[in-house]
Design a protein around this ligand. Sequence first.
Ligand SMILES: [Zn+2]
Length: 370
Amino acid sequence: MTLKDIKKNNYSLIYHLIYQHKKLSKQEIANLLHLSLPTVNQHLARLEKEKLIEKNGYFESSVGRRAAAYAICPQARIGIGVEIQKKKIRILAVDLWGTVFQEKELSLDYANDGHYFKQVSLEVQSFIDDLDFKKEQVLGIGFAVQALTSTDGRRIIYGKILDCTGMDIHVFSQYLEYPCKFLHDAKCAATTELWMRKDIGDAVYLSIGTHLGGAIIINDQIYMGKDGYSGTVEHMTVNPNGSLCYCGKKGCMETVCSIHVLLKESESLDFFFQQVRSGVSSYVERWKAFLENLAFSINNIRLVINRDFILGGHISPYLKEEDLVLLHEWVNEKTTFPSDEPFIYISRSNENGVPIGAAIPFIQSFLDSV
Ligand SMILES: [Zn+2]
């Protein structure tokens, strides 16, 4: 390592140490990293000048002067997440902690035409303008779509729900002077989960929203596979004679395990689960049938990947422990390899999991670059 490398390395170590510990004094930094105080001072001054960290209060001390506490500036850089749905869009701003500090939802019917793309872009631009940040502080905009995207996020490789196969990110980026990319909504939900729990390792993530979407997590990373179709269990055939899926095939997991199938046209999730939890029998029956289908698919997927399952998506805030008990019981009943240990969990991310996950890749790559 050259002297320059060492300096860059110490600079980065100090920033990430403060990030992890939330607040630290100079002396603590010096102790934890085995660095001299003058070295620590030099890097702190630079980080402060670049507005990446700030003095944030003092530590209590019984002797002598109280030490200043250093913390990162969470809004030194921000990421924007946009969730594109059929009838609405959700825009939010995420800071370096991955915390949402501003959000907006708009009713806007999706259309695969220039007028729609321009309108969405203008809405996103005005949202960013209202935040009042310098242009260089906005790291980028992630567009979460119900579609499979290329690994670099530039193109939609499969988008039947929004009829957008082949679309290029240019439709939005031509109006927005920030890095823009498309991201698969199910993978966004999984990204948020990975951000919130850094200890997942390997898992299968099922995002149960209006439509179902899967993601395979290996080594705390989303595994895209050779052509980007890894984890798309939504199109796994569970009944060759079943109902027609939007993909054109019959009886995909999507046709039995998505909210769009669970709810009737006029029902909301709130209403449906109120009925279920208060024991209205027709609703309880429908819910149990849904869980049984889910158990069937979980068993199949688990035979290929023997890992934990995380249930996320718009349904996750409504799931309860009693649902997991039933699911475990039914998977164990169906499987060749029952397990006494739990292996199905509810996602920790909330209803903003998808748009947050669209912004996080920008935050993550910024943090990696410091
Ligand atoms: Zn399908």
